[in-house]
Design a protein around this ligand. Structure first.
Ligand code: PAF
Length: 285
């Protein structure tokens, strides 16, 4: 496995692969890898001749009061993890390599679907994500790129960007990977104290409650959200950022569930912001 830190080195490697007609699977990450990333890497390994994992904590997708400086990093551990999964290349550029000038003036913006859910709460976040993912696509020219469904909105935004800007890459979404107690895997789980780690289970519990309610014929989203809120508020460390029930395709909020929906939530447990979601297929009446 190669660890490449410069754009020139990775371009040279990619050119070589392209000359041999190799397909390339890209797994974009911010590092501190866990089994969630592992499942993306395994899928990429199955579908492609070469697998590239990018590790880059992208400063421009963090808000001024967010956790950029404390975001967990461990390149050594990540390298061992990638090697064990048969990754061919880790691309781990520095910020200076990705953004050589202090002020960047070119951004990629996707409108509408970025104005709800996490996008509404984290202004500029998806512009940062789309810009860095576009840069990675331009540097690596992957055949396929893999993203987790835990960031369902991110996956939808990237699919939209790829379609509308004609990026020649297939976007593959992979299911959420959970801990044994069903907390969604996340690099940010490492911030939680033992008590908070227990408290964090309320996110999935509230989604299960929602599942229960829908299966017993409750389709009014305000009622469902109220019950979910009660579960989240059962632990004092929690603060709800949002709970939303939206159309799976355009991410617009719905009042009455009569077609497929995404139930998504972001909750602070102590200082740590966690997200989770579930999708529901609704049979047309
Ligand atoms: O999901 C992430 O880890 C990041 O948003 C991504 C896609 C690697 C872009 O920085």
């Amino acid at each position: 496995m190669k660890l490449l830190k410069s754009i020139e080195e990775v371009r040279e490697y990619i050119l070589n692969c392209k000359n041999k007609n190799f397909s390339i699977g890209l797994v974009p990450t911010m590092g501190y890898l866990h089994e969630g990333h592992g499942s993306l890497i395994k899928q990429a390994r199955k579908n492609n001749d070469k697998v590239v994992v990018s590790i880059f904590v992208n400063p421009i997708q963090f808000g001024p009061t967010e956790d950029l400086s404390t975001y967990p990093r461990d390149l050594e551990k990540d390298s061992l993890f990638c090697e064990s999964l048969g990754v061919d290349v880790i691309f781990a550029p520095s910020s200076k390599k990705m953004y050589p000038s202090n002020s960047i003036s070119t951004f990629v913006t996707v409108n509408n679907i970025t104005e709800v859910l996490c996008g509404a709460k984290r202004p500029g976040h998806f512009q940062g994500v789309c810009t860095v993912v576009s840069k990675l696509f331009n540097i690596i020219s992957p055949t396929r790129a893999y993203f987790g469904e835990k960031d369902y909105q991110q996956l939808t935004v990237i699919k939209t960007m790829v379609k509308e800007l004609n990026f020649p890459v297939e976007i593959i979404g992979c299911p959420i990977v959970r801990e044994d107690d069903l907390l969604a895997k996340s690099s940010r789980n490492s911030y939680l104290s033992n008590t908070e780690r227990q408290d964090a289970l309320v996110l999935y519990k509230s989604l299960l409650k929602c599942k229960d309610l829908i299966s017993t014929g409750e389709f009014i989203t305000a009622n469902i959200k109220k019950e979910m809120e009660a579960i989240i508020h059962s632990v004092s460390s929690s603060k709800i950022d949002y709970i939303d029930i939206v159309d799976t395709n355009n991410l617009m909020p719905v009042e009455l569930i009569n077609h497929d929906v995404l139930v998504a939530l972001a909750v602070y447990i102590g200082e740590t912001r966690l997200i989770d979601n579930m999708t529901f297929k609704i049979k047309e009446a």
